[in-house]
Design a protein around this ligand. Structure first.
Ligand code: KIV
Ligand code: ZN
Length: 592
């Protein structure tokens, strides 16, 4: 028999080698079935509160790992889940291995009183017995039993009729009941029963209902401790609207709805797990099962981080705290040994970053407007391209705008503003962005923040190693000045290649007088084209930043300009530093 199966499998694989995708895939694949629900209500519903969450990272997630977690890893993960605020945690499949049994004991002994420890078991007596044993003494325990109900699984995997499935579900429920809520020695625990008609999304919904009604009759739940019916998309076989129809149909037709908690458990085979969960909740589900960042069998379970933060960005508290997103990523990556993709919603390293110039510009403008709104007491978040304030999940604004050769003036200007407190005038932003782009292009990669700030200093500020530096200066009024543009005299002591020199110049203020003095010194006529100044923010001890653009004729006698920037507590000193930075740059370029 085994040999025959192997031969068949080999034949199928060799046929597959020769052929590629079918011209007519309808000869091979069967489309999903729909539910007859013309008066569906879910499309008009809104989610207004967080559902109950069940994390199955330590069970469904762990079962799917190439290298399942060790006990220390499971403990670390468990602590993180508790810290995040999960109140229902599926910790293991205790009857499957000693490791899972032992970890369940740890979870039972260490769970806070308000956290329910959930364990999964197949519908077999000896496994159920061992499973119940594993949670003995828990304050709150949920025993989760599953049995596949789809035609495919009944026929192919279990060879069971519909009646067999109903009988087995009832029998299992009766047995579990006798070991838990009906056992006088087990009354210290609040027992919850979860029953999953596995492969629900591929099961005719009337049959799933029939099974669940039979289970409910046997368990006799109360409104205080409802019976959980988990309706899994074990394999996501159809679009999320069809799953929502199935959930709404179930919710509208199950009897004693108040004694039932409807849970959804979407897997992500078609990439619609999050949509399926959200539409499922709109359709009436009370609870969602999934894993952090969508770990789980095949394409994963639904991503609980995305679901929670989708609610949060709608102004609804998810009752889970992702303030320190990085620590969550660290634990998940370390324990699962699978990296979180850079584009994963909310958590991915690149999702709060903008590289494109127009995006950066819009974000920068958004922050300026937001500050104005904040000053008027309006705290609402409205920043282009950023649905979530990165600060809320522990990310800094510096990380938002990153600079590569695709970035425009806004990106580099943002980095300089955030890191140096310098609010560059627009023409300087344009000039600097050209240099940044050229550098990013030549390196063929993104520039780090420090590389951008260093480039700015190199290009526009005086350095220790510059040929000319300023020692001191004195500005005096010129009596009887024949021209109003020469009403001030500056006498400055500069150091040129280590030697002190006095220079003198005239103008209508310190800036023009020093430009005159430097022009005479280096024998090139500089003229002021642009002048801007602003005080630096708090924590910079009342300093001012000055930006000056000077024009001059280069070695080919073509008119060109150069920017300089100076920072000092004295505005005049800052301006002279900016002018010297320009002169030094021109000297370094060899244009003198
Ligand atoms: O995906 C699934 O159907 C499951 C069951 C055990 C609920 O994980
Ligand atoms: Zn699952």
């Amino acid at each position: 028999m085994f040999k025959q199966t192997l031969k068949l499998f080999r034949n199928m694989s060799s046929a597959a080698k020769g052929s590629n995708m079918l011209k007519d895939p309808s000869t091979k694949y069967i489309p999903y079935k729909t539910v007859d629900l013309p008066d569906r209500r879910w499309p008009n519903n809104r989610i207004t509160k967080a559902p109950r969450w069940l994390t199955t990272d330590l069970r469904d997630g762990n079962q799917s790992l190439p290298d399942p977690m060790s006990i220390p890893e499971k403990k670390e993960y468990f602590r993180k889940l508790v810290e995040l605020g999960f109140k229902e945690i599926e910790v293991a499949f205790p009857s499957a291995s000693q490791t899972d049994f032992d970890f369940t004991r740890y979870a039972v002994e260490n769970a806070p009183d308000d956290v329910s420890i959930q364990v999964l078991t197949q519908s077999r007596e000896h496994l159920i017995r061992r499973t119940v044993e594993s949670v003995k003494g828990a304050k709150k325990a949920t025993v989760h039993v599953y049995l596949a109900t789809s035609d495919l699984f009944r026929d192919v995997v279990f060879n069971m009729s519909r009646q067999d499935v109903i009988d087995k579900s009832v029998e299992t429920t009766r047995f579990l009941r006798s070991l838990t809520k009906d056992d006088p020695n087990m009354q210290d625990t609040e027992w919850t029963y979860e029953f999953s008609p596995e492969t629900f999304s591929d099961t005719p919904v009337d049959f799933a209902l029939e099974v669940c009604e039979a289970v409910k009759r046997e368990w006799e739940p109360t409104a205080e401790v409802p019976l959980i019916f988990n309706l899994p998309a074990t394999v996501e076989v159809g679009p999320p609207n069809v799953y929502a129809d199935q959930i709404e149909y179930f919710c509208r037709n199950i009897s004693e709805r108040e004694k039932v908690c409807v849970s959804v458990h979407p897997h992500n085979d078609r990439g619609c797990g999050v949509a399926a969960a959200e539409l499922g909740v709109m359709a009436g589900a009370d609870r969602v099962e999934g894993c952090l960042f969508g770990n789980g069998e095949r394409t994963g379970n639904v991503d609980l981080v995305t679901l929670a933060l989708n609610l949060y960005t709608q102004g609804i508290s998810p009752n889970l705290d992702f303030s320190d997103m990085q620590s969550v990523i660290d634990v998940v990556e370390r324990c699962n040994k699978i990296p979180i993709h850079a584009r994963t919603p909310y958590g991915g390293s690149l999702v709060v970053c903008a590289f494109s110039g127009s995006h950066q510009d819009a974000i920068k403008k958004g922050f300026v407007k937001a500050e104005e709104r904040m000053a008027r007491g309006d705290t609402k978040w409205a920043i282009p391209y950023l649905p979530l304030d990165p600060k809320d999940i522990g990310r800094t604004y510096e990380a938002v705008i990153r600079v590569n050769s695709q970035s425009g003036k806004g990106g580099a200007a943002w980095v300089i503003l955030r890191c140096m407190g310098l609010d560059l005038p627009r023409p300087l932003q344009v000039a600097f962005s050209g240099l940044v782009q050229a550098k990013a292009d030549s390196l063929g990669r993104e520039l780090k923040t420090a590389e951008i700030t260093n480039l700015f200093k190199e290009c526009y500020m005086c350095s220790e190693a510059a040929p000319i530096s300023l020692s001191s200066f004195e500005v005096t009024s010129v009596k009887d000045a024949s021209s109003p543009t020469k009403s001030r005299r500056i006498a400055a002591t500069i150091v040129v290649n280590g030697k002190q020199e006095e220079i003198v110049g005239y103008g209508n203020g310190p800036v023009s007088a020093f430009v005159d003095a430097i022009s005479n010194k280096v024998n090139i006529l500089f003229e002021v084209v642009n002048y801007n100044e602003h005080s630096l923010g708090t924590g910079t001890e009342g300093k001012a930043a000055t930006y000056i653009e000077l024009s001059y004729l280069d070695e080919n006698k073509a008119k060109t300009t150069q920017w300089g920037c100076g920072i000092d507590s004295d505005t005049s000193q800052a301006s002279l530093e900016a002018i010297l930075a320009i002169a030094n740059k021109v000297i370094e370029k060899g244009e003198l």
